[in-house]
Design a protein around this ligand. Structure first.
Ligand code: AMP
Ligand code: GLC
Length: 453
């Protein structure tokens, strides 16, 4: 069957069943994304005003965190030069003030939890319970209508409320997102592809601050959930990771006891110690989602340098190398589902079998195309309309390699007692925005599977 036909049949199946999925628990990171679409002239003037030489120092190597405006502008240029995403914590108040005055074009829901809550609850109608470290009025206003809940404790009793009914007056956790399109030019730097730099003016999410309701009532909260998605651990450092990871371990044990499968959204974790600690905990998860850079970074800490290098050399990434890496990770950790996504295709390795695993990927690819095209997916019809975005033709070689190596047909193969599923994705040539596409892919595929089980 041609991919278009597989796409529409998967979409129809999941659309009709997705509301049958029980509650999804989402923890831990939610914030406000203040998105600024960069203007070349404006950026050049800002760089000149503070001193070009000093700023350009950071285009070769990112600082660890942002302590002044030079570092902020230099880090933005670092991202543009490479077409790569990066995110740094903004420590200095004066730089936070500079970013606020620079302004933004739109305020959007941010953080993996926030983005997934709006998509699953607000668009798909799947009930979610979200961890929101700080519920300000602005933050609450970014949640869509729908079955989205946050826990509140009243007289020792747990209640689940829509974030707007929580009436919180806590702090604003703002992440400034500087987006640029492919070909964006500033001085002699030209972006090889669209991407963004994120400066997090936020003291809660970067430290994985966990709310008292989640410390004190987790068993009850977990008892309300059918599946869980964990994210937001990527910003931890060797200085602050112990406590949050111990809390996470406790949470995972509770979820396990209650038979709630958990997915880890593995964003790029620059601290190697934290990355290693997360890999050591992967066996406690049912599933993990990652891209080529993240998979390579895991191969690095597992001592497989050659594979790590190969994962970063070819574009599109060689699927046989990806499969080898996924097997290594599965063997090492025991995680039952590994979902890999890259520009152009997705692969998922599972310890169980069924076409529904591939169909969930197709659904996710439609949702991703809608997100890339619009920046925000408003309703399920937006997802349906992404059928207009053509299926990526650049990955023909990927499909052939999988057929040759594993005898794959229609995106499914059996390899060493596991199932390997593949889909070519739909690529939006001029995306509105790049933030949150990965979250859209991983949550749609994971929850899509449960809709079809
Ligand atoms: P992440 O790297 O986790 O932020 O996720 C980005 C993913 O989004 C990539 O792996 C691609 O699969 C997908 N993606 C990026 N750009 C586009 C685009 N223009 N159209 C469709 N999907 C995209
Ligand atoms: C990270 C960023 C957040 C952004 C999200 C998108 O969590 O901190 O600002 O919305 O990634 O995936």
């Amino acid at each position: 069957m041609a991919w278009n036909a597989l796409y529409s049949s998967a979409f129809e199946k999941i659309r009709s069943r997705i509301r049958n999925v029980g509650r999804v628990l989402l923890a831990y990171n939610t914030n406000i994304d203040a998105v600024k679409y960069l203007d070349g002239g404006d950026l050049e003037r800002r760089v000149e005003a503070v001193g070009k030489d000093e700023v350009f120092r950071y285009t070769d190597e990112l600082p660890e965190r942002i302590e002044n405006v030079h570092q902020l502008l230099g880090s933005i240029l670092w991202s543009i030069k490479r077409g790569k995403a990066a995110e740094l914590f903004v420590e200095s108040c004066s730089t936070r003030f500079y970013m606020r005055r620079w302004g933004w074009d739109e305020l959007r829901m941010g953080g993996q939890v926030g983005i997934m809550a709006n998509l699953l609850g607000g668009v798909y109608g799947v009930p979610v319970i979200a961890h929101v470290p700080q519920l300000s009025r602005l933050q609450a206003g970014l949640f869509k209508d729908g079955p989205i809940y946050v826990p509140r404790v009243e007289n020792g009793k747990l209640k689940l409320l829509h974030p707007r009914d929580f009436s919180g007056d806590e702090e604003n956790c703002v992440h400034h997102i500087y987006e640029f399109p492919r070909g964006f030019t500033v001085f002699d730097l030209k972006a090889p592809r669209e991407n963004r730099f994120i400066g997090s003016a936020d003291d809660y999410n970067p430290n994985v601050h966990i709310r008292p309701e989640f410390h004190e009532h987790f068993e009850e909260i977990a008892g309300e959930a059918e599946v869980a998605i964990i994210s937001g651990l990527q910003t931890l450092t060797k200085e602050n990771y112990h406590e949050p990871l111990e809390t996470l371990r406790g949470h995972l044990e509770v979820l396990e006891e209650r038979g709630v499968p958990a997915h880890l959204e593995f964003a790029f974790t620059s601290d190697e110690k934290v990355r290693k600690a997360l890999v050591d905990m992967l066996g406690l998860f049912h599933s993990v989602g990652l891209n080529e850079v993240e998979l390579a970074s895991i191969m690095e800490v597992l001592g497989n340098r050659a594979i790590a290098k190969k994962l970063l050399t070819n574009d599109p990434v060689d699927p046989v190398t990806v499969t080898d890496a996924m097997f290594k990770l599965a063997e090492k950790t025991g995680v039952k589902r590994i979902h890999f996504h890259t520009y152009g295709y997705y692969l998922v390795l599972t310890g169980y079998k069924g076409e529904y695993v591939r169909d969930a990927l197709l659904f996710a690819a439609l949702a991703a195309a809608a997100k890339a095209k619009l920046g925000d997916v408003r309703n399920i019809d937006d997802v349906a309309k992404a059928m207009d975005v053509p299926v990526n033709e650049r990955v023909g070689g990927v499909e052939e390699a999988l057929a040759e190596q594993y005898g794959m047909r229609e995106g499914i193969a059996e390899v060493n007692g596991h199932q390997l599923a593949f889909v070519p994705t739909r690529i939006v040539v001029r995306p509105k925005s790049t933030v949150g596409i990965g979250d859209t892919i991983s949550s749609s595929a994971f929850v899509g599977e449960f809709a079809l089980r």
